[in-house]
Write a protein of this length. Structure first.
Length: 232
């Protein structure tokens, strides 16, 4: 009886790890494909689409891919200054930023900062949900490692700028530039870029509150941090 039970447990474990391995292979194949071809959507975009469509059946999402070379250098610098100042120096994880975020969260007694790099944010946006579970964070780390091994920093930033949410039903740098300023992402000024970068943490909220004091203050801070920010 015990031997039979152990045998079944062994088979179940084998099945579990086989499925887990297949899932990682699925992620890796997508990353390899997207290293050459542009993604037309992401897991986060699909989730937002499904949630929004429940109340707005005819909802339209604004999204248009724009190549890296056509995106204003100001926006690239602004995003790096705001989201991941060590982007070119780390291998996917900024452990100092994580430590600082943990200390801040502990002091404030709430989730006030995340410490995620651009690579980690891309991993989450492309494949995962927004749920803060141990399993999701572990899977995010694995995907981040894959992204850093397969893609260049330039490609990671290019995809990131093209798929992140930037407002109500607005995704990607080109759609955001048109939505907020009526111009292409290629012609953004330094202040416009800093403004867009300051929106990233709470895009739907700031889309409705574009003159919020906190937003404008953060725009000024990012603007000052932009000149030394290095971009791929």
């Amino acid at each position: 009886m015990i031997k039979s039970l152990l045998r079944w447990v062994g088979w179940l474990l084998l099945l579990f790890f086989s499925l887990l391995l297949l899932l990682q292979a699925w992620f890796l194949l997508h990353i390899i494909y997207w290293n050459q071809y542009n993604p037309s959507s992401s897991a986060f975009m699909q989730t937002r689409w499904e949630v929004t469509r429940q109340n707005q059946p005819n909802v339209k999402f604004y999204y248009q891919w724009i190549d890296y070379e056509k995106i204003s250098p100001h926006l690239k610098r602004a995003i790096i200054a705001a989201e991941d100042s060590q982007f070119l120096n780390h291998t996917g994880f900024d452990f100092k930023a994580m430590q600082n975020a943990l200390e801040r969260n502990w002091q404030e007694g709430r989730w006030a900062a995340g410490g995620s790099t651009i690579s980690q944010q891309l991993a989450k946006n492309l494949f995962l949900s927004d749920k803060k579970t141990p399993w999701r964070k572990l899977q995010e780390a694995v995907i981040t490692y894959m992204l850093e091994k397969v893609m260049t920093k330039k490609r990671i930033l290019e995809i990131y700028l093209n798929i992140i949410e930037w407002g109500e039903n607005v995704f990607g740098a080109e759609a955001a530039s048109q939505h907020y300023f009526g111009v292409s992402a290629s012609t953004l000024t330094a202040r416009q870029a800093a403004f867009l970068a300051s929106i990233v943490p709470s895009p739907r909220f700031y889309d409705r509150n574009r003159t919020a004091k906190k937003l404008l203050k953060k725009t000024d801070i990012i603007l000052k941090r932009m000149p030394p920010s290095q971009i791929p």
